[in-house]
Design a protein around this ligand. Sequence first.
Ligand code: GLN
Length: 240
Amino acid sequence: MSKQVITVLQLYPKDMNIYGDYGNLLVIQRRLEWYGYEPKVIHYNVGDTFPSDVDIIIGGGGQDSGQEVIHQDLINIGPKLKALAEKEVPMLLVCGLYQLFGNFFKTLDGKTLTGIGVLDVETHGTHERLIGNIVTNNETFGDIIGYENHSGQTYLGKNAEPFATVVKGAGNNAKDGHEGARYKNVIGTYLHGSILPKNPLLADFLIHTAVTKKYGDFSTDIVDDLLADLARKVAEDRPR
Ligand code: GLN
């Protein structure tokens, strides 16, 4: 019997992919295989044709310059991404793409990069770089462990809920004590590292949501996360 296919779209791997973000794709691919599904991966870069059938979307961070490179293309495909967000397609956007899934990113040199407004957040470039290992906590996923490095500081509007509470580190900005944002099944976060290898529950949320949406139920084999648990422990105990 042929396996059930899950299509994973990675946004802008050429320009938006730093501090290990590519690892998020590897984790989703491998866990889908472990669970008995067939991952079909699409790398979407500037100018590509946006596919009609997508089950999971992920995207990474980049420097301000990378964000400028992909900005117009992202605006072009924004309505498609918004429609998929409304249809509850699971998405994980890290740092630079988290910022551009918001309403705008105002850079330090005064440029305003309009976002696609999936998340009701705004980001302001600052002289302060928020950098280091970070631990946050989310009611469903428990402790979330990663690494942040950003000078843009993000503020949530009234239609955005924070993704997590900061335990150690900075998060969205230097003062609010929360990290990331969530709308339906779209999660924006500052956590690199990469985030998914050390936080398998989050990877499984994306997978589980996509599979049940497409096929109605989720048949799992038990996955042994001993190595991920050890990696979590090491990363969690690192100094900031
Ligand atoms: N350029 C953005 C900032 O520094 C995003 C950085 C990143 O993606 N790590 O705020």
